[in-house]
Design a protein. Sequence first.
Length: 446
Amino acid sequence: MTADARLLLYALLAVIALVVLIARLKLHPFIALVSVSLAMGVAAGMPPVAAVKAFQDGVGNVLGFIAIVVGLGTMLGKMMAESGAATRIATTLIDLFGERRVHWAIMVVAFIVGIPVFFQVGFVLLIPLVFTIARRTGMSLVKIGIPLVAGLSVVHGMLPPHPAAMLAVAAYKADVGRTILYGLLVGLPTAALAGPIFATWISPRIVLPAENPIAKQLEGESVARMPGFGISLFTVLIPVILIVLASAADMTLDPASSVRAALHFVGHPIVALLLALLFSFWSLGRPRHFTREQVMKFCNDCLAPTATILLVIGAGGGFNQVLVQSGVGGAIAKMAIGSHASPLILAWVVAALIRVATGSSTVAMTAAAGIVAPIALATPGTNAELLVLATGAGALVLSHVNDAGFWLIKEFFNMTVPQTLKTWTVAETIIGVAGLGFTLLLSLAV
């Protein structure tokens, strides 16, 4: 057995071990992830200290961003819940679309909100609406939540200005405007299949616990004096607006411009969420006459349920980093280069293999673009914009236990590992396969 084949076998065994330890033996996910990550690193030939360092770095890289985003986003969600803003937005959506179609409305909202923001930012901004709508309509959390994550995931993987998509645009020398246009044509039907259509079928088959600690904190109650729909929507969209302005500044202003620097600062996801949270203290707290002590109590109370979530997400990032540094991604790249498939199929396959092995859609998309770009540029008639979409679709497929996003969805929805595999993992795989299918169909026309 070659060294590369041995690495891939170890990675497969590590994933199986995680599923067995967590789902069958009921070991805490954090303990299981730490143990399997270190064992995988040592088995792959890394010095034990290097395996620990890789895991530690992976935890730090993931939590350095996600911990702050989840913390600020959860506080903003708590303000929306306690003030009635989440209820106001939810009831307006229900009135506009009707209860039977509200899961379609959530998908569209997620698709729009997700275009300029990171997946995790969009998720923590919109998850209070999902909890509130589920409580008010009696719908399954799965039926409303899967369209949310499908809409966010599609735009995160396929559309600029998301970082991985922009790196792929640069690698393939694609046009940003055409990539966005083609991404909308491919992304909307893909999100519909993986979101509302799949959720309608799977939701009766998934029974969630009656109690959800995060939902208790973030679902809105009916209150007598709710803020208006306009100010509620504006408050939750402040991060989106600021991030869009920062992206626009990149394209229109001189790099040395002080205005561009200022917009870059306020448009950073962490700063944008902080500003939205501070604004919510006035915009959402004022109509309810919340005191400073009440607001601070809300902020403290909502953070307790996120502690376990963040530990598990961080450990997932540590596992990811061990896989990357052990050479699993490189082994897959060598295997893919030996094939002679069309660039679109090759880009999808390489991205999908790296995604399954390492758990990171960003790593998968950027690595695949680097591998496939020289081949694509040497192949006449290859559409660069469609290559970006095919790479993005492959980078989303089959999210499982080595993906920090897997644990984010599991913990917020209070699902078991098997339930998360049946819902989130299948939805991501539908996105990957349908995204490739629609991209190939579009290639016949463009």
